[in-house]
Design a protein around this ligand. Structure first.
Ligand code: 1HN
Length: 373
């Protein structure tokens, strides 16, 4: 019997392990026959393929913004952005995923950096993408010809197959977080990609995009657009709205009314106004706010998530890992690993996950520690 320590599974080889036949020349010959015919008997694989609960290859890990930002800046000096590479995006490579640019098995997360005057050329792909801005401004992302301003706290969408490019018209460089479902699309062999113009199709810089003017009015939708769309038509969810929603939840709690997730923990989910569900078919996005000293319950869920600290300081525990985190820091929570967040100061966190995939396939599960199973 051999133990694969990275997976914690027990692998049974010929003639070893409980209930296995004695190793004999006949048995060895049988296993060689399997190998030659590219066949694998279930009894050697079952521990890995059918764990009692999800055991991700991905590891809980934290990436420090204070380390990433100077490296992105240096890439800005040394590596041009343009056709071919398309984006100066530097991805989180989960230490459990063999050096691939995958934050978790289905999710990609990267810091993208654009210097003043630079243009990231237009293209489109079937992967769903979003941007989240932890600091800075001055970049407009142009989505299907609609220029969308990017500023601190904004959450911006580029659903699959929309043309998009970015340009920085400011005097300062800008960095932001990109999230995509690239590893999921890669693993399922469903990727398509097309180049567009090297320049963005418009250099207009309106304060509000056409998409927001049509769609981003609370509870109101244009009567000319009553059909459902698989992704949200809102190109940008602005910080002022997110911030106000969270502030209102905590104020209501102060006044003794319901609305928060748990004491001292307000949260909102970004949704598609045509369906009320997640913003894109594969990606869930939320914003969480903890009061100073608040501590969340310990939760697990099927599916992985990536978190970024927007403001404040706190302690994060994922399984047996624990870190202090501050503004900009990113951490990943692999599937089914327990997460607890504690706020040292008031703590604002952006989070995205692949949960919609599992919900759609009815493979979703979650558990709060202390709750009945
Ligand atoms: C992409 O198009 C963007 O549009 C960011 O900003 C990261 C990573 C791989 C492939 C395409 C963007 C990307 C990407």
């Amino acid at each position: 019997m051999s133990v694969d320590s990275t997976r914690g599974t027990v692998r049974i080889t010929a003639g070893e392990g409980p209930d296995q036949p004695e190793r004999t020349p006949e048995l060895d010959s049988l296993y060689r026959g399997f190998e030659e015919e590219l066949l694998v008997p279930l009894w050697t694989e079952i521990g890995d393929l059918m764990p009692r609960s999800p055991r991700s290859k991905a590891l809980a890990h934290v990436w420090r913004w204070s380390a990433m930002l100077p490296l992105a800046g240096r890439a800005g000096e040394l590596v041009p952005v343009g056709r071919g590479g398309e984006r100066r995006a530097i991805a989180l490579a989960n230490p459990g995923l063999g050096g691939r640019p995958f934050a978790t098995p289905p999710l990609w997360a990267a810091i993208q950096y654009l210097r003043p005057g630079e243009v990231a050329p237009e293209h489109r792909h079937t992967q769903n993408a979003f941007r989240f801005v932890v600091e800075g401004e001055g970049v407009w992302t142009v989505v299907d010809g609609d220029p969308v301003a990017m500023r601190r706290g904004d959450f911006l969408l580029t659903p699959g197959w929309r043309w998009h490019g970015h340009h920085n018209i400011a005097t300062e460089p800008m960095a932001w977080l990109d999230g995509l479902d690239i590893p999921f699309v890669h693993a399922t062999d469903s990727a398509f990609f097309e180049f567009g113009p090297e320049q963005v199709s418009t250099t207009e810089t309106p304060d509000r995009s056409r998409s927001e003017r049509l769609w981003a009015h609370p509870g109101l939708r244009p009567v000319s657009r009553l059909g459902d769309t698989p992704s949200s038509p809102i190109a940008a969810y602005r910080w002022e709205h997110t911030d106000a929603a969270l502030r209102d939840q905590l104020d209501l709690e102060d006044e003794g009314h319901p609305g928060v997730v748990e004491p001292g923990h307000a949260a909102v989910r970004f949704t598609n106004p045509t369906t009320g569900h997640d913003v894109m078919p594969t990606i869930r996005a939320e914003f969480h706010r903890l009061r100073e000293s608040a501590l969340t319950a310990t939760r697990r869920e099927v599916g992985s998530s990536v978190w970024q600290v927007f403001d404040g300081r706190g302690q994060v525990t994922v399984g047996d890992r624990r870190w202090s985190v501050e503004r900009g820091d990113l951490f990943v929570v692999p599937s089914w690993q327990p997460l607890t967040v504690g706020a040292e100061t008031g703590l604002d966190l952006f989070r995205f996950s692949d949960t919609p995939i599992f919900e759609r396939l009815h493979q979703d599960r979650s558990h709060v520690e202390g709750a009945p199973r």
